[in-house]
Structures are given as C-alpha cells and as structure tokens.
Design a protein around this ligand. Structure first.
Ligand code: NAP
Length: 245
C-alpha cells in the first residue's frame, strides 16, 4: 500500500535508471522533481507519465556539476510541494579508458559530475531534508570489481560511497538515513554505449542470473531505502547486481 505522500528529488531522471527511480518513487506515493541536464523531452515524458497515473511531478533542468543546481532543485521542490523528504543522487557520467590514456578533461568531468554533484546534493539535503528523510546515491559495483578502464569512474563512485557512510553518522540523530546503491551492469545508454554485442554477452555471464540488470531492478532497491521499510538501514552500500560479486 502506498504510504503518506512525501517529496523526492531524483537527479538524472530523463532516462535510464533515474527515470525508473522517478516512476517507482511516484508509485510509492512521492511527489517527484525529475531533474535532467539536456534531455527535456525525456524528463517531461516521465513527469507526464507520473501525472497521468494520478501522481505529482515536475521536470526541472539543471547541471549537477553547477554549484547553483542543487539549491535550485530544492527551491523548486519546496515551492511546488512544500518540503523535501528524499534525495536520490542518480545522475552520473562514465567515460571508460585506461588510466594511462585518460585526459585531464575526462578526469575533471568525472569529478565535477559524479563527486561534485553528489557532494552538493548531500550538503543541500543535510541542510534542508525533513527529519525522517532519506538520501540514496548511486555508486557502482565496479567499486569492488576494479576492472581495467574503469579507474577514474570507479574512484568517483568510491568517493560517493565514502561520503554516504560518513553522512549517515552525521544525519542519524535527525532520523535521516543515508545509503548508496551500487548496481552491476544495467542495460542503459551509459552502459551500452560503444560496447559490441560480444562484450555485452560476456558481461551478462558475470552474474549467476545470466542477464543485465534492468532500471526497474535498481529502482526497487532505491524504493526500499527511500521508503518506510528502509528506516533502520543506514550507512550501507547495497550492491544490486544479481550476485556479480
Ligand atoms: N547503467 C549501468 O550499468 C550502471 C551501473 C552502475 C552504476 N550506474 C550509475 O547509475 C546512474 C544512472 O546511470 P544510467 O545508466 O541510468 O545513465 P544514463 O542512461 O546515461 O542516464 C544518465 C542520466 O543522468 C543525467 N545527467 C548526466 N550528467 C548530468 C549532469 N551533469 N547534470 C544533471 N543530470 C545529468 C542525464 O541527463 P540528460 O539525459 O538530460 O543529459 C540522464 O538523465 C549513474 O550514476 C551511473 O554511474 C549505472
């Protein structure tokens, strides 16, 4: 049964995992701020689907690497829905390459989006989230797998996990849970881009289910941590990966 309506901000909700999280949290009874960077049509489609199903949602543009983005997302949520209960730091980028050939620009972009965006989201949430709220940030199961070409990306996700675990201790006294969800391979643009079919088939075999994860698989894990049944789970990284590691 859906619980009392709360408000959730989901970054990167125009497609992929973030879109599934926005739809799932709306189904769970959240009014949703569906953030996007460039794909306005995708974010509007998600917000429209939520409204069509009887929920509440607005799409809000903002680049999470821009320091003004998070305050604006919280302002929009407060204006539209009153206050914020849940932040999902989902938006992220992944540009694979051996450490030896990674450019400074790619390194800086990973840091700005994956670490900077999550940090500013956590800081804003630490100051503005309702008591009893939840912060869920997307890490990756490559933290632990440590495969070649994932060096910089994995490093940024390890930082997200570390920050989540520390923030859980800082916000526990206010009844706010802070966790990371670390998906294994999920069939989205971010994962599929540039990978030949043979590589994808081999990656599927890395978990005992023999398939890629779906955005909905990951949204279910986020739903648990963001909802009432997750109230005693904090300072954890949940590896939602079909048992890949
Ligand atoms: N797919 C996987 O296998 C996998 C595995 C482990 C972890 N993850 C993590 O899961 C999260 C979602 O990944 P995904 O696979 O769903 O990726 P995706 O399909 O590429 O979608 C990425 C989303 O993030 C948004 N975004 C990117 N940069 C942004 C920025 N600077 N500011 C605001 N929004 C931004 C995009 O917005 P626009 O479309 O508007 O540009 C899009 O909505 C990421 O943090 C990723 O690292 C994914």
């Amino acid at each position: 049964m859906a619980h009392e309506q709360r408000t959730a901000i989901v970054t990167g909700a125009s497609k992929g995992i973030g879109a599934a999280i926005a739809l799932r949290l709306a189904q769970d009874g959240h009014a949703v701020i569906a953030n996007y960077a460039s794909d306005e049509a995708g974010a509007n489609e998600i917000a429209d689907a939520i409204k069509k199903a009887g929920g509440q949602a607005i799409a809000v543009q903002g680049d999470i690497s821009d320091p003004s983005c998070m305050p604006r997302l919280f302002d929009a949520a407060e204006q539209e829905f009153g206050s914020v209960d849940v932040l999902v730091n989902n938006a992220g980028i992944m540009r694979l390459g051996a450490v030896a050939s990674t450019s400074d620009a790619d390194f800086e972009a990973h840091c700005a989006v994956n670490i900077g965006g999550a940090f500013r989201g956590m800081r804003e949430a630490a100051n503005r989230l309702n008591a009893g709220g939840a912060i869920v940030s997307l890490s990756s199961s490559v933290v632990g797998l440590y495969q070649p070409t994932y060096g910089v990306y994995a490093a940024t996700k390890a930082a997200v996990e570390a920050m989540s675990h520390v923030l859980a201790k800082e916000l526990g006294p206010r009844g706010i849970t802070v966790n990371a969800v670390a998906p294994g391979p999920v069939g989205t643009d971010l994962f599929l881009a540039g990978k030949p079919d043979t590589v994808i088939e081999n990656i599927k075999k890395m978990n005992p289910f023999g398939r890629l994860g779906t955005p909905e698989d990951i949204a279910a894990a986020v739903s648990l941590l963001a909802g009432p049944d997750g109230h005693w789970i904090s300072g954890q990284t949940l590896r939602a990966n079909g048992g890949v590691i």
